[in-house]
Write a protein that binds this ligand. Structure first.
Ligand code: FAD
Length: 140
């Protein structure tokens, strides 16, 4: 859980993604997974989406700012915001969550479904929060 990703990533500081002649992508836009620090895939994909948005503006006069934001939202922004919330929880309550993560293998196994794109951070957070009391009772 790199701390730099908490400062960089979406979900924390609110920022503009684009103006009429400037589009931010990758780290500059905050497209980083706050929990695992992954940013390469989002940098590549947001660059592709920025190119798509510029092309649609040039050929079909579609609103650049709104279109780029929508494209990023549809593909990954929502999930990245929840990666920020999970990191926030762990940094805010390390005694609880580090215990759970280190003592219950299922917590890690279940998390691995998120980077494998089989589940979302939102579902994972719901899943883990509803089990915190049970995990703590079973912890040593
Ligand atoms: C230590 C570390 C480990 C990481 N490990 C992983 C990992 O394992 N997996 C993963 O997915 N992500 C990882 N990341 C995150 C990942 O590296 C970034 O999210 C990703 O590289 C962002 O790509 P980018 O193109 O947005 O920015 P960058 O890769 O930072 O590219 C920005 C480029 O702009 C150049 N530049 C800056 N200012 C100017 C200027 N004024 N004029 C011209 N050029 C300029 C810079 O030199 C740089 O080459 C890691 C990050 C760090 C710091």
């Amino acid at each position: 859980m790199p701390l730099f990703s908490l400062l960089l990533s979406v979900g924390g500081i609110k920022r503009k993604l684009c103006k009429s002649r400037v589009l931010l992508s990758g780290d500059s836009a905050g497209f980083v997974d706050s929990f695992c620090g992954e940013g390469i895939a989002y940098a590549i994909r947001s660059g592709q989406l920025a190119a798509d948005a510029v092309s649609l503006k040039l050929h079909n006069n579609i609103n650049l700012v709104k279109n780029y934001e929508n494209l990023c939202n549809q593909e990954f922004l929502h999930n990245l915001k929840y990666s920020y919330y999970l990191s926030w929880l762990i940094h805010r309550f390390p005694n609880i969550f580090l215990k759970i993560f280190t003592q219950h293998a299922i917590v890690i196994d279940r998390y691995l479904e998120v980077p494998a794109l089989k589940d979302t951070y939102k579902n994972y957070i719901k899943w883990i929060l509803s089990r915190v009391p049970g995990f703590l009772l079973k912890s040593v």
